[in-house]
Design a protein around this ligand. Structure first.
Ligand SMILES: [Zn+2]
Length: 181
């Protein structure tokens, strides 16, 4: 078994090397997860999420035009997605109020994450189109990924543990309570 474990460790370490390439964000979002654990609902998960109970959908905050949901397969704890309710694909599809609220909720997400977890930095961004790495290319979503110094060292633990869904629920509750009302 030692040999197999070493092989797995090498594979995981190799994956870290490409963590911030665009296609990697597809896996981070759990959008094209090949096996196990994630039953993709029929239809668009970003359209379905707001209608589901918070403990199932991991929705952290709801605005008039956008909502914030915890990424099911986070790169780091607190990895959030800011999504319009409308099923639109491209950033240029957003109207004025949607654009404004997507921006203000991205700011709020950063403030809340800083407040509860003292993040050192963030990666923000949207993958536009499948060629750019968007797995669910049809529904726009902005990534808000908190970063801490040396955080990549924890990736093998965070990414592979089976207790992650429970931790996600705890993280959602923490962020939802800290979200400005
Ligand atoms: Zn959708």
């Amino acid at each position: 078994m030692t040999g197999a474990e070493e092989h797995t460790d090498r594979d995981m370490a190799d994956g870290l090397d490409r963590l911030w390439t665009p296609h990697r964000m597809t896996y981070i979002s759990g959008e094209d997860r090949p096996e196990g654990g994630y039953e993709r609902p029929s239809g668009c998960p970003f359209c379905l999420a707001p209608a589901r109970p918070p403990e199932e959908s991991l929705v952290v905050a709801r605005g008039g035009h956008v909502f914030v949901v915890l990424n099911l397969y986070p790169y780091n704890p607190g990895h959030l997605l800011v999504c319009p309710y409308r099923h639109v694909a491209d950033y240029t599809d957003l109207d004025g109020p949607e654009t404004a609220e997507l921006a203000s909720f991205t700011q709020a997400a950063m403030r809340v994450i800083r407040k509860v977890s003292s993040a050192h930095g963030f990666n923000l961004g949207m993958n536009q189109g499948g060629v750019a790495g968007a797995g669910i290319a049809a529904h726009l979503h902005q990534h808000v990924v908190p970063r801490w110094g040396g955080d990549a060292n924890f990736m093998p633990v965070i990414g592979r543990t089976k207790v992650l869904p429970q931790l996600l629920g705890d993280t959602r509750d923490l962020l939802a309570r800290a979200w400005p009302s």
